[in-house]
Design a protein around this ligand. Sequence first.
Ligand SMILES: CC(C)(COP(=O)(O)OP(=O)(O)OC[C@H]1O[C@@H](n2cnc3c(N)ncnc32)[C@H](O)[C@@H]1OP(=O)(O)O)[C@@H](O)C(=O)NCCC(=O)NCCS
Length: 160
Amino acid sequence: MTEYEAEIRHLRSDDVDRVLRFFAALGPESRTTFAPHAFDAENAARICRTSDGIDNVRLVAVEDGEIVGYCYFESRDLPYPTVGLGIADHAQNRGLGHRLMTALIAEARRLGKPGLDLTVWKTNPRAQRVYTAAGFRFTGETPNRVEFTMHLDLSEPADA
Ligand SMILES: CC(C)(COP(=O)(O)OP(=O)(O)OC[C@H]1O[C@@H](n2cnc3c(N)ncnc32)[C@H](O)[C@@H]1OP(=O)(O)O)[C@@H](O)C(=O)NCCC(=O)NCCS
């Protein structure tokens, strides 16, 4: 399968309509496994508005002017920023998840984040593959036991 030649860039304030089209193109399975919030206009506007490139870093993969992948970390009131990743159905399994995650981690390192956290459904081996390949390690499970918790330590230099 050929890799996507998508451009990877930060989400911008003028991306709201593109985000809405990306949301609309997510099929039922993707909506279940990638469920950071409702896929509605309010959240499309919110994620564009809060993309600050520092505490809330949101990267998109853009192909032919449309968003085909979205990867972010958000700093909440938690020890580490929390990661999310979703690829449009028609663009899955072509290396975009790997590329977006690599770019996001590079941004986290550049910004001096000490690490990243995420949760992933136990029934989602493809996402787990992308995360372990990027260096995330399994740390436990969520209280409802349906998701694994994972952590990436960024306190050491990349080549240590
Ligand atoms: C999960 C997701 C983010 C991965 O992104 P992607 O662009 O499809 O993934 P990539 O093509 O970069 O890589 C997929 C990897 O998983 C592997 N893989 C695919 N299906 C697999 C399976 N059933 N079991 C194990 N590994 C699998 C591929 O071989 C590839 O690994 P490799 O390149 O090291 O060989 C994307 O498919 C997606 O958005 N899915 C729906 C929403 C979702 O699950 N989001 C994650 C929420 S935690």
